[in-house]
Ligand binder design. Sequence first.
Ligand code: C5P
Length: 228
Amino acid sequence: MNENIIAIDGPAGSGKSSVAREIAQRSTYQYFDSGAYYRAVTLYFMKRHEELGGKGKFYDFLNHYEFLNKLNSIQLSATLQKKSENLIFLGQEDVTIEIRHPEVTGNIKYLAPYREVRDFINANLIELARVNRLIMDGRDIGTEVFPDAKFKFFLTADAKIRARRRWDELKEQGIDTDYEKLLEEIQKRDESDQNRKIAPLKQAEDAFLIDTSNLSKNVVINMILSRI
Ligand code: C5P
């Protein structure tokens, strides 16, 4: 049993990141959002697409670029911070802000289903965990990345409530979006995350389930803290 990992999985907007971030602030664990690496890898290929003229759809570009062979040229890294947002880097470039752009969010689904992409990201997540005690959120942290984690939680909530939370979160970051579009995007994302063949979003058998729809952030935090 790995006591150095707290795994928090669940769909977009279930409250994972805000809860995990605050638990990190109140404990010896560092917060890491595994989605940031999915975003960074997607952004890496979007940048290559742009550099090569940006013609055609991103999806078509990916296939013709043979992106799976290029994964090892990606240098992913992160600077973990307690008091502010972690910094995410592609090589020397700080992409912390750019990876949150809705266009990046919309393109992750083309990469996340591939075993090679997931293995590459998982290796980077395991490396981070080698040198840090982590509370990590994602889709498959308790099932695939750290099946031996001692503490596992699965957070969920009604899709409408999750869309509203995501809207608030983006607003805070200065990104204006349309609520209806966000809801549709969340539903589409749930579908692709739950139905992919490799490492789909699902509750680990030994994870503790929390439906956060009608719970305040503090209640959820206390439920988690009392279990660990
Ligand atoms: O957590 P976030 O919403 O930033 O994640 C973005 C996307 O990255 C998810 O919708 C999912 O497709 C992918 N992801 C994943 N496995 C993880 C974390 C994120 O497939 N562990």
